[in-house]
Design a protein around this ligand. Sequence first.
Ligand SMILES: Nc1nc2c(ncn2[C@@H]2O[C@H](COP(=O)(O)OP(=O)(O)OP(=O)(O)O)[C@@H](O)[C@H]2O)c(=O)[nH]1
Ligand SMILES: [Mg+2]
Ligand SMILES: [Zn+2]
Length: 358
Amino acid sequence: MPILEAYGLTDAVLAALAELGGDDSQPARIITGVRQNYRVITAGGELPATATGRLQFDTDESADLPVAGDWVAARIFDDQAVIHQVLPRRTSLMRKSSGRGSAQQVLAANVDTLFIVQSLDRDFNLRRLERYLVMAREGGVEPVILLSKRDLHPEEDIPSFVAQAQAVSPDTPVLVYSAQDSSGVDAIRARLRPGQTFCLAGSSGVGKSTLINQLLGESRLATRPVREKDARGRHATTRRELILLPEGGVLIDTPGMRELGVLAEQSSLESTFPEIEALAPGCRYGDCRHQQEPGCAVRQAVESGDLPRSRYDSYLKLARELAYNATQADQLSRLKYRRAQKRLFKSYKVILQRKPRF
Ligand SMILES: Nc1nc2c(ncn2[C@@H]2O[C@H](COP(=O)(O)OP(=O)(O)OP(=O)(O)O)[C@@H](O)[C@H]2O)c(=O)[nH]1
Ligand SMILES: [Mg+2]
Ligand SMILES: [Zn+2]
């Protein structure tokens, strides 16, 4: 398989590149990097790369800068690539940047499948799982739930973990495995496909890099034991990176995330809580938010015990967070509009102030 096809090159990428015109640009995919310090894969192999000044400084949204998994238009000079355009993303995994405001951060682009990894220790948390599911759905990425470290529990305890994860998302595959004794790893390997892009995400220390090493059959990535006292990872992985699989296809390893602020449309929230969506038509008001409204079928289901309170609470919490982030995003885009206007005005001023030349 030619190298770029192994890395997932498709006709759609080539068509997008052709549409840009300029016959000296080539398709390249971002392996890793930020700002001025990227590595890309090109038809001729892996190269260091920088983004053109125009791309760096004329990009209003940092979310539009290249990230791991992006296909870009690049020009190649000697042993260096220059990225001049990010090609449209087919899918993207996005979260709210940590800290205040609601800027988005793109974690990875053009991912087909997101492996959401939780370990069967203190990390196992259904509410957090829901957040990752919303992120996948919002980005157009297929989720698969991986429960690691099954070796920490006696065999008879495992089905209950699987059932709990499955209940949160009935249509999503749930796979349990142990990287320690390799049990269940083959079932994960069976999901890998040439030409496809897989991403692993989850808290620090759940075993993302360890799993990738097993799938590769070599210890390529650094891993690190978790702290004894609170079972927390210590951020062994510090960058997002695309790794080519021996069978073709790529995996993106990501550093563990401490918090996952969601940025999503209401529809992604609803598809993560299908049972709430199914109840909503029974509410008295068409725009019921299932909070204080009279005649709310969702609240009735909570009171009668048909809908677990934990699911309802989790739904409300995420709905409020989405609403809050949406108003922040509105404010941000108004601010950006004003800034763009100012810039335009300044450039007019420069033109107007230019002395006529005869
Ligand atoms: N018992 C057990 N330990 C595991 C398993 N998988 C990984 N570990 C251990 O968990 C620790 C953390 O693994 P990593 O692969 O570094 O975790 P990570 O998710 O990549 O962490 P970050 O890079 O910090 O996000 C290492 O000491 C691994 O040996 C497993 O299935 N069972
Ligand atoms: Mg890691
Ligand atoms: Zn309601």
